[in-house]
Design a binder for this molecule. Structure first.
Ligand code: SIN
Length: 488
């Protein structure tokens, strides 16, 4: 007998607190607390899914797979389109919940709702455009017919930094392709996912197609699901370390994988750059989401000819940022997600300073309630300093000065990561050339933002495998099957 789950009021928004399995909101044996990172106060108690719950979710996803995969593409598209409309209609509710559990300022949370909703619309539009082709074998003996079919039940593991957009980016593509899913939100931000799943249910997603299992034991849940041969795909967004573990586990069942992992984005300002534009782009590339983004600019590499001008203007802008609770309209930068993040960011800053870096802004945590860190600019950062090699995931901008384009490229590529990069130059031919030399999956040219539902998001080197969004995003959830049709 399944016991039905309840709801809770989160900053004025009613949110389900259970697991969603086979079209039913249910309780779990345990529960965990979700805190507001700005106040450290509890926001809600959420069902803590066990391995048994996760396997029940896979039972439901497996049972629903065949029918969902055969549903007319137009019907799947309309479900996604209705979900898009509803997320947009409920922008204020989603934004309030995102801010409460993740911490970003309300204006940015609204931006995330617009960005996240867009994946539902984009993939609704892709649904009806999945095609195969037809040809003749080179020998002429038979016809070659190709078709696409859904990979099958997919395990989607999303992070806390964009709790709505990372969900819609995966769910939109999976549902469009005809895959059923088990969604695991981050334990810090399960409330946004619960609201999203409720919207999908109301939009007409059939029972079992989307299942939600929040848990505090991600390792046990992932191991159990990935050992089960009914699961056919895992899509993960998170750290490179966790991605490596999942890739090893995926090997046993030879699962399809999409891995969107860590980054160490260089932000290059060349001597012919428009410095005003570079400063504007730097603010966005570094401080969007408080720096808690895998595409955030992690290393500023600035040509000596413009270094002092760029740094002075950048520091001025950074000092004007206002840290505070995201719900306060005067706040322009929210808290970090938890105490561990503050400790990690501070340790990187202090290590850089020990290596000779100069603090031009910030450089310390904000004492008191909430996980706040002062927006920070460091100059004279030694290229070998830990902060140049690790993903900061916080509001810290380390600047290194170089004397040439070649030196900038060499430094940019001196990392195991290759997710995003940013380049500022007025010379289009130079920018295109740099686009072929910088080792990154996404390169912003005279722009501080690359994220876009209609563009392929993903990295090279140890930043991941596969792409999300764009025309190729749906392919991650499709298999190509070929029929050899005899001509005789
Ligand atoms: C991420 O940080 O994982 C994604 C950021 C984005 O989509 O812009």
């Amino acid at each position: 007998m399944v016991s039905r789950a309840g709801r809770t009021d989160v900053v004025g928004v009613s949110v389900p607190t259970g697991l969603f399995v086979g079209g039913v909101w249910r309780r779990a044996a345990g529960a965990f607390t979700v805190d507001d990172p700005a106040t450290m106060h509890p926001l809600a108690e959420v069902a803590d899914g066990s391995v048994t719950d996760a396997l029940a979710a896979l039972d439901a996803a497996h049972a629903a797979q065949d029918a969902w995969g055969r549903t007319a593409p137009r019907e799947r598209a309309e479900v996604l389109r209705r979900a898009f409309d509803e997320v947009v209609r409920r922008t204020d509710d989603f934004a309030a919940v995102i801010t409460a559990e993740m911490g970003k300022p309300l204006a940015e949370a609204r931006g995330e709702v617009a960005y996240g909703a867009e994946f539902l619309r984009w993939f609704a539009e892709q649904t009806a455009h999945v095609h195969g082709d037809f040809g003749t074998a080179p020998s002429g003996a038979f016809h070659v017919l190709t078709t696409k079919r859904p990979v099958g039940p997919s395990y989607l593991v999303i992070p806390w930094n964009f709790p709505l957009a990372m969900g819609t980016r995966k769910i939109g593509a999976a549902l469009a392709a005809g895959c059923t899913v088990v969604l695991k939100p981050a334990a810090q931000t399960p409330l946004t996912s619960a609201l999203l799943v409720e919207v999908l249910e109301a939009a007409g997603v059939p029972a079992g197609v989307v299942n939600l299992v929040p848990t505090t034991d991600a390792a046990a849940q992932s191991a159990a699901l990935m050992a089960d041969p009914r699961l056919r795909k895992v899509s993960f967004t998170g750290s490179t370390g966790a991605g490596r573990t999942l890739l090893r586990q995926a090997a046993d069942q030879v699962l399809r994988t999409s891995m969107e992992l860590g980054g160490n984005s260089p932000f290059i300002v060349l001597e012919d750059a428009d410095v005003d534009a570079a400063v504007e782009g730097a603010m966005l590339a570094k401080f969007r989401n408080g720096g808690e983004s895998c595409v955030a600019a992690n290393r500023f590499i600035v040509h000596a000819a413009v270094a002092e001008e760029f740094t002075a203007r950048f520091v001025e802008r950074v000092e004007a940022l206002v840290p505070g609770p995201g719900a306060d309209p005067t706040t322009t930068i929210g808290p970090l997600i938890d105490a561990r993040s503050v400790e990690k960011v501070d340790a990187l800053v202090q290590a850089a300073v020990s290596d000779g870096a100069v603090v031009r802004a910030g450089g310390s945590r904000v004492e008191g309630a909430g996980y706040f860190y002062r927006p920070t600019v460091l100059t004279d950062v030694a290229p070998g300093s830990r902060i140049s090699g690790e993903e900061v995931f916080g509001p810290v901008a380390p600047i290194t000065v170089v004397g040439s384009e070649d030196e900038a490229v060499a430094l940019a590529n001196a990392t195991q990561y290759g997710l995003a990069a940013f380049v500022y130059t007025r010379d289009v031919a130079r920018a295109l050339d740099l686009g072929t030399r910088i080792e990154a999956g996404m390169i912003g040219v005279n722009r501080g933002l690359v994220s876009e539902a209609g563009a392929p998001f993903g990295g090279v080197k140890q930043s991941g495998l596969g792409r999300e969004g764009g025309h190729v995003g749906i392919e991650e959830y499709l298999e190509t099957v070929y029929l050899a049709v005899d001509r005789s």
